[in-house]
Ligand binder design. Sequence first.
Ligand code: KG4
Ligand code: ZN
Length: 334
Amino acid sequence: MQVLGIETSCDETAIAIYDSKIGIISHCLYSQIGLHNQYGGVVPELASREHVLKVLPLVKKTLSDGKTDFSLLNAIAYTSGPGLMGALLVGSAIGRSLAYSLNIPAIGVHHMEAHLLAPMLEKNPPKYPFLALLVSGGHTQLVNVTSPGDFIILGETVDDAAGEAFDKTAKVLGLSYPGGPELSALAEKGDSKRFNFPRPMADRPGLDFSFSGLKTFTLNTFNSENINEQTKADIARAFVDAVVDTLTIKCRRAIHETGINQLVVAGGVSANKQLQHSLVNMIKKESGEVFFPRNEYCTDNGAMVAYTGYLRFKDGQNESLGFQVKPRWIIEDI
Ligand code: KG4
Ligand code: ZN
């Protein structure tokens, strides 16, 4: 059985094919970073137009890389939310049209559920129930995944997402969009003892997060210092340490509150090496296990969409011809 996955929720056009016997047989990605970089962030209309140009050529390339063909596909999965309205519409319309012309089912997939399931594509996948820390450009959530498709949100950000805070802070430090990876690399050169940034909401009970104050704290520190390369690196280090520590504190708390010590970490920020290191150390002390997707499946990709679509298809999901995208879609409502 083969399922084609189409991801167009933001600024990556990503396509993959999941084969139920082999796993992912091919995946291709076109990143629009170069296009949006000059504007310092994603321009939604430009993103939609670029997806229109890229989806079909990438579908063809993915089929040919996987040595397969349209006629061998059993279903088409596409991201139907959450994300940018226009960008979602492009992937959904193309996915549905392709499925109609091939007379196979089309399945709309939740982007964050797909992120959360990405570690299932690895050799040692997590077993239910597990906790999931979802950290992307638009989301920061702690979720209790009780069984396949059953999600309880334990906590989430009350303002900026972790990835958004990385990107905005990177901008303050003059780094280019998207700032997460660059900020993280700069922090490696920083001295962790020079500045001490707050760990927002860590001293309050509960599992919610807040990152917008940290971004302001960075800006104020930046404005009050004589800026040179080392100071920039030290500020980056203080910011990354604060985010990583805060996320780690909340994950440990969720483990204690639920008694579940299997933790999945997914979404773009899960690619962060400092975060991975900190969570691996924490989980050892909790005698649990932490699961990350491989690097290319941490950030947006088609593999996670193809795989999630395959699970839905296997369960008999088949949607009618009409479709709806959901720019805002809570994972508990799937
Ligand atoms: O999951 P993703 O690719 O797209 C969304 O669904 O939002 O996440 C993108 C976010 C961006 O904010 C980006 O800066 C951040 O993930 N990111 C990172 C790293 N790689 C990507 N943040 C910190 N460290 C990284 N290595
Ligand atoms: Zn994403």
